[in-house]
Design a protein around this ligand. Sequence first.
Ligand code: NAP
Ligand code: MG
Length: 403
Amino acid sequence: MEKIKMTTPLVEMDGDEMTRILWKMIKDELILPFVDLKSEYYDLGLPNRDKTADQVTIDSALATKKYGVAVKCATITPNVQRMSEYNLHQMWKSPNGTIRAMLDGTVFRTPITIPSIHPAVKFWKKPITIARHAYGDVYRDVEIQTTEPGVAKLVFEGVSGKREEMVIHEFKGTGVIEGMHNTDESIRSFAHACFQYALDVKQDLWFATKDTISKKYDGRFKAIFEEVFQEYKERFEAAGIEYFYTLIDDAVARVMRSEGGFIWACKNYDGDVMSDMVSTAFGSLAMMTSVLVSPDGKYEYEAAHGTVTRHYYKYLKGEETSTNPMATIFAWSGAFRKRGELDKLPDLVNYANQLEAACFDTLGEELVTKDLVNLMDGIAPRALTSLQFLREIRTNLEKRLGC
Ligand code: NAP
Ligand code: MG
């Protein structure tokens, strides 16, 4: 078979530990035999981030801005223990945080669903994608714990000299105060990313806040979404999808009773909490995909899980592990599909679709990685090592591509 051609490079961001091992296996077994891979490679493994004083992370984000599509392997976010383990010059910031800030992006997380893994919520038939606004609110708050009675005030001093002051509370005893903020610019970027992505995957977009209680703060989110939606309204109609706004408590009730198959845009805290709930209810972190979308339509695909450190230590001891490569494979297929669509390469889009289908074929043959065994109902799956599992997927992919 002639290898599938690409025209524009993918930005390839390599990573750490077990996922770095999987990364190479996936390329060797499922990509390089089929695709004439054009990629601009950035090694975001911790040793190279340290060696380049994290410049490589910045360069990879700039390349994503230039080319528009990236695929990223999981990476270590250093902590104190990693400082000594890797002999680091500095406790480098989270690469995901750096890339997200540079692209001004929103993260969309979607579970990979299969018939034998039943979501904990029995009504859910299709995946639910959570989009979390990743700026501000309680994550950028200031707090005071008072030690005596007194008055708490909210003060704004404008550059023009305009001053606004409101009493928050007159404390008779001790208590706590919290100040938080968001910016119109950030909310607007979030809204654009959500509407763009909904059009991209042709799914309804839900958004919810508590604007009946928080009339100005949450009200601002609602108003900006409504305003930005006007730019997308016609395209939504043409695509046959809807934008739906409701109150957060109503949204939670509706999500529970829904069949799934939509995008749920959440404010920062709601997204933090709801993404853990939704992903757990769908089954496994190893089956959760993630894509960062910028308001101007740049995409960075990855798995939602980390570098699977515990498996890596076993691997270093020479043990074969049964680490699940599904989310990382889907990061690649997502990136190839997007690249194929942008460059009008139907063969590349088809390859991405067949790659995902070959994964489902393999799971359908009851061949799985260890983490999935206990999640599957009504069948007796066989657990394979990562490499065996990838080779089974390869066999199915070869069948599908007729090689
Ligand atoms: P993790 O790597 O996601 O792993 C947590 C546990 O979940 C694993 O020990 C494993 O359970 C299970 N698991 C996760 N992915 C799996 C897979 N593909 N196949 C099978 N089991 C899987 O999270 P962590 O241990 O908290 O973090 C490890 C490192 O990853 C940290 O250095 C962190 O900074 C980094 N991290 C990176 C990203 C990112 O780059 N996006 C995200 C999160 C964390 P068992 O051990 O029980 O099998
Ligand atoms: Mg959380």
